[in-house]
Write a protein that binds this ligand. Sequence first.
Ligand code: PLP
Length: 388
Amino acid sequence: MTHHTYVPDLITPARDTPLAASAPPIFQASSFLFESYAQIEAVFSGRSDQLVYSRGDNPTVSELEALIARLEGTEAARGFSSGMAAICGAVLPFVKPGDRIVAIEHVYSDAYRLFETVLRRFGVETVYVDGTDTDSVIAALPDARMVYLESPTSWTFRLQDLGAIATAAQHHGVISVIDNSWATPIFQNPAALGIDLIVHAASKYLSGHSDTLGGLVTGPSAMIKQIDHEATHLFGGRMSPMDAFLVLRGMRTLELRMRAHMQTGMTLAKVLNANPMVTKVHHPGLLAEHPAGLRGFGGLFAFDLAGGVNVEQFCDALQVIRLGVSWGGPESLIVPGQAACGLAGAANSFQRFNVSPRTIRLAAGLEPADVLLADLTQAIDQAQAIAA
Ligand SMILES: Cc1ncc(COP(=O)(O)O)c(C=O)c1O
């Protein structure tokens, strides 16, 4: 799959849809009925794949599953009720007590909490490695069960060499998983680099409108089958038909939106990088070199405010950019690390991985870049004046 893929063509509206509808129908049904005993018996004995129940399969969800598999160049996919349900779906079916997971430092905070609470309680240990140090990732792989990646990482936006890690993981028989929510299939196809399972928080860029939650896991059919047996049927956190429709709708403009998020994010990152009141900008686009495979950048990045800027005043001085978690929608949002460091919970990835309290995570939305720049600049100026 190349980056020239035009997403709407892959959705095939008006070709395969009933009544040649220009958008896919929402099969808002919990179950599907049988004409006879023979039919239901054939399904239950595995001789027929007729639809049964939407916790298993639903045509609207299947449409999205087929689309993400086509875009990622994988064999099959499964939709979940959130990105976290998808992460659970990609990880839990493959681990047992005594197993070890190798995860990158600065992994998404709730993935970290999953590893450190639920999985640790069930006897699965997770070790964390600096993902930018490919040798140390590879050195941790022998005897591990799984390597869990996120390129770039949350809050610090550090990249991993996916090809090198995937090759080593295959050599050691280690399952490789990546959260590809930030790059989306428009900018990165990890399967082409040898990664086994790709997770998407469809709540972010894929849906793109801050109006739904969803998750997807895609990869080889055999692995998706195992995920299907356990995660979709038994954990039950399945994507709903309405949410699948919303993600499908969002994905028709994915490529266009990603190019806008990238451009605005890059513009803001460069200007902030030149601002003396910003000590560091965490954006992969500012690096001189990138590992192979990354073709573009999401609009989510972070920057550290200098000591002379009052973080609280900066946040409250913003007029256009709003305070809010999540990202990937049309509106620009920030999360201050200073507040996130206080996140309740026994396991706090902000403290564990030393995310600076002066770090601000910024999701560049679809507003004009100059409006966002003016907002950031006036907020920095105001917070400086107050701090001084
Ligand atoms: C990188 C990343 N992965 C996964 C998730 C989880 O997705 P969801 O909120 O849909 O569970 C998030 C954010 O919420 C995220 O930022």
